[in-house]
Design a protein around this ligand. Structure first.
Ligand code: ADP
Ligand code: MG
Length: 304
C-alpha cells in the first residue's frame, strides 16, 4: 500500500521543553489516522513539523515516499491547523474564488466542495454571518479545492456545539469514504474512536500506542483471580510466560497478559501447582480504560 507520510525518530525541543521524543509512524493511503493525546502532548507540534511551519530538532520525515521536495509535496496536502480565517465581508463563494485564484485551481471545484460540506445554500452569505461550525466547514471545503491526497485537521471540532461536532465528523467520514487519506489531531477519545481507523497515542511527546483503533481495545485482556492465599497465588503466577504484570487489590489478584491465554489453561496451570481458585474471570478493558491506562502517569502494576 502506498505510503503518504513517513516519520522517523522525530524530536522537537522548544528551549527546555522537550515537545516530541523520537516519534515514528507511517501513514498509508486511504486510512483515517488520529493523533490522540491530552493537551500539550505534542500533536500540533507533529503536524506543524510535517507541514513545514515548525522546525524539527532531529529526525526525519518524508512525503509520498520521498520522491519530491517537501514544497512540492505540500501542494498535494490540504491542512487546517488554525482557526478558519477568511475575509469577513466576502461571501463563502467569493472567499473560495480567491483561494482558487491564489492556488491556480479551476472555479468549477467550488460548487462541488460547498455541496460536500453542506454550505451550498449559504454560498452567497458573508463569512461574518457564519457560525463557528460553518466557518470550519468552509475551511474544509477550501482545503479540499485542489483534491489533495491527504487532509490534515488539528482539533477539528474544538469549540463546536454537539450538532456542529456531528456535522464535521460526518463530513470527515464522507471525505474518507471517497478515498482521501485523513490525519486528524484530537484530545477526544470518542472522536478518534468514531472517525479514525488508526491511532497514534501521544503523551508528553512520547508514542504510547500506534496501530489500529480496533487493536487498541482488543488487547489480550486480564484475569481477575482469587484464592485462599493471595501471596501463594502470586508466587505461582510469576513464572508464566504469557503474563505481563500482576496487581493485588484487596482479596483479588489481577493478571495482565502480553500474549493470549485462556481461562481453562490458566486454571490448569495453577491447579498443577496445587492452587485452587475460588474466583476466575477473564475481562477486557474498554477503549476508554485502555486510553486512561496508557496516559496515566505511573502505573501501579508490579512484576517480580
Ligand atoms: P498539543 O497540540 O498536543 O496540545 P503542542 O504540540 O501544542 O501539544 O505542545 C507540546 C508541548 O510543546 C507543550 O508542552 C507546549 O507547551 C510546548 N510548545 C508548543 N509550542 C511551543 C512554542 N512555540 N514555544 C514553546 N513551547 C511550545
Ligand atoms: Mg494542539
Amino acid at each position: 500500500m502506498e505510503t503518504i507520510l513517513s516519520i522517523k525518530n522525530l524530536s522537537k525541543r522548544y528551549g527546555s521543553v522537550q515537545a516530541l521524543k523520537d516519534i515514528s509512524f507511517e501513514i498509508k493511503k486511504g486510512h483515517v489516522y488520529g493523533i490522540l493525546g491530552p493537551n500539550g502532548s505534542g500533536k500540533s507540534t507533529t503536524l506543524g513539523i510535517v507541514l513545514n511551519v515548525v522546525n524539527k530538532t532531529s529526525g526525519e520525515y518524508s512525503w509520498f515516499g520521498g520522491k519530491m521536495e517537501t514544497h512540492d509535496a505540500l501542494k498535494k496536502v490540504g491542512a487546517i491547523i488554525e482557526r478558519p480565517n477568511f475575509y469577513p465581508y466576502m461571501t463563502a463563494q467569493e472567499n473560495l474564488r480567491l483561494v482558487c485564484k491564489i492556488k491556480d485551481i479551476s472555479y468549477a471545484k467550488i460548487q462541488e466542495k460547498l455541496q460536500l460540506v453542506g454550505l451550498d445554500e449559504r454560498k452567497d452569505s458573508k463569512f461574518s454571518t457564519f457560525s463557528l461550525g460553518m466557518k470550519q466547514r468552509l475551511a474544509i471545503a477550501s482545503a479540499l479545492l485542489n483534491d489533495p491526497e491527504i487532509l490534515i485537521l488539528d482539533e477539528p471540532t474544538n469549540g463546536l456545539d454537539p450538532q456542529g461536532i456531528h456535522q464535521i465528523r460526518d463530513i470527515i467520514k464522507q471525505i474518507a469514504s471517497q478515498g482521501t487519506t485523513i490525519l486528524l489531531a484530537s484530545h477526544l477519545l470518542d472522536e478518534v474512536e468514531k472517525v479514525c481507523t488508526h491511532v497514534l497515542v501521544l503523551r508528553k511527546g512520547l508514542v504510547l500506542y500506534s496501530g489500529s483503533v480496533h487493536g487498541m481495545s482488543s488487547n489480550e485482556g486480564f484475569f481477575e483471580l482469587q484464592a485462599e492465599d493471595s501471596e501463594n497465588l502470586i508466587q505461582a503466577l510469576r513464572p508464566h510466560p504469557a503474563i505481563e504484570s500482576i496487581k493485588q487489590e484487596d482479596e483479588k489478584v489481577f493478571v495482565y497478559l502480553k500474549s493470549p491465554l485462556e481461562a481453562a489453561a490458566l486454571n490448569k496451570f495453577l491447579f498443577e501447582k496445587n492452587i485452587n481458585l475460588s474466583h476466575l474471570v477473564k475481562r477486557k478493558h474498554s477503549l476508554e480504560e485502555q486510553f486512561l491506562e496508557l496516559t496515566k502517569n505511573a502505573s501501579p502494576t508490579l512484576k517480580n
